[in-house]
Design a protein around this ligand. Structure first.
Ligand code: FE2
Length: 373
């Protein structure tokens, strides 16, 4: 196999990766004030309480929201910022904190300085302050649950998606350390039906081989993957079933040639094709900015604004303490994503080509390792 790639799995080094991470541009608006549920409780009791801003979808808001708040869904926020009163502090909230962080980025970019994010979202507030509030069922009306596994060394995101009615699950883009997935499967008594890679990764060693060895679940990859280990190929329109649910495949080359996006009801797993705030760089292997443009404009950006986006990577500007979830929506990305707001195809191609940090030294070795494991 030649040179050994650096192990970027959790715990491989005691220190988090230095920021900015090589897979992301530097943050435009670093850092946010955060208020804990207890702090929010005290702020709400003041004579002049902060403006509470809910940025979730109508379906999520229907589950639970704060009395007297304001509601502007994340996707609508860029064009409705002026509706918020001038002056006064704003506390943005969502269910877990991740979406609110994206909204706070936008508000700060629009010149609002007194902006804070409710840490852990209204779900954490319900847990620690007001047990009478309904807790989140995620997503509310669909038959599946999602657990996200962030890797703080690499910024990578993996997912365990479960059909609770049938106690079956899939894992998307597993990291090198498969212990957390095995523990979740064991604790929740789930059968793993599939391991799906959105693409050949250059930023972390995949755990698909070990997860397959430990569970016998098949590994599914895009049909254009050069992988040399046993797997099942996926093409446009194919489905990956688990329980009564089905991931539907879109071929979205660009970040890599073999890249897939996976749709599941009102959500889409975008791998590194579409990330919160940017797109995965195309210069690490067999990627192509032209193909990325096509994948975005003919597929992902045709989805409704409210579609939830679950990517394979997050940037330093989106970091949150536990508990958290890193996600966005198609509408928010359409209006704010640095790559997507470029004024023309040519400007997009320039954005994807110029201004990126140097290619990480070990990414070729990681790609090679991921193709034979
Ligand atoms: Fe990637």
């Amino acid at each position: 196999m030649g040179e050994e790639p650096t192990d970027r799995s959790p715990g491989a080094s005691g220190e988090p990766a230095a920021l900015p991470h090589p897979f992301f541009r530097p943050a435009e608006h670093p850092g946010h004030l955060r208020v804990s549920p207890g702090e929010l409780d005290r702020l709400r009791a003041r004579d002049v309480p902060p403006i509470l801003l809910d940025v979730r979808s109508s379906e999520q808001r229907a589950i639970v929201h704060f009395e007297g708040d304001r509601w502007i869904p994340l996707g609508d926020l860029p064009r409705r910022v002026a509706e918020l009163p001038q002056g006064g502090a704003i506390v943005v909230y969502c269910h877990y904190g991740g979406t609110a962080q994206r909204a706070a980025d936008l508000l700060r970019g629009a010149g609002r300085t007194e902006v804070a994010v409710l840490e852990g979202g209204i779900d954490e507030y319900a847990r620690v302050i007001d047990p009478s509030l309904p807790r989140y069922r995620d997503p509310p009306d669909d038959g599946w649950l999602l657990q996200q596994f962030p890797n703080r060394q690499t910024g990578c995101l993996a997912y365990l998606v479960t059909d609770r009615a049938h106690d079956e699950a899939i894992v998307v883009d597993p990291g090198h350390d498969v212990g957390p997935y095995l523990a979740a499967l064991r604790e929740q008594r789930l059968k793993l039906r599939a391991i799906v890679e959105t693409h050949t990764h250059a930023d972390h060693l995949s755990g698909h081989a070990e997860l397959h060895a430990r569970t016998s679940a098949p590994i599914w990859l895009g049909r254009n993957s050069p992988a040399q280990y046993p797997h099942r190929p996926l093409a446009e329109g194919d489905g990956v079933e688990f329980g009564g649910e089905e991931l539907v495949v879109w071929e979205t080359p660009g970040h890599t040639r073999d890249h897939l996006s996976l749709r599941l009801d009102g959500a889409v797993f975008t791998g590194d094709t579409l990330l919160p705030g940017s797109c995965g760089r195309t210069d690490l292997g067999d990627g192509s900015p032209d193909r990325l443009w096509e994948s975005l404009t003919t597929k992902l950006l045709t989805l409704p604004d409210e579609t939830e986006v679950f990517s394979a990577h997050y940037g330093p500007r989106h970091g949150l303490p536990q508990p958290e979830r890193y996600s966005s929506t198609i509408g928010f990305e359409r209006r704010t994503n640095e790559a997507l707001v470029q004024p023309s195809r040519e400007a997009f191609l320039t954005y994807m080509t110029d201004g990126w940090p140097p290619k990480p030294a070990d990414c070729d070795a990681i790609v090679r390792a991921n193709l034979v494991r």
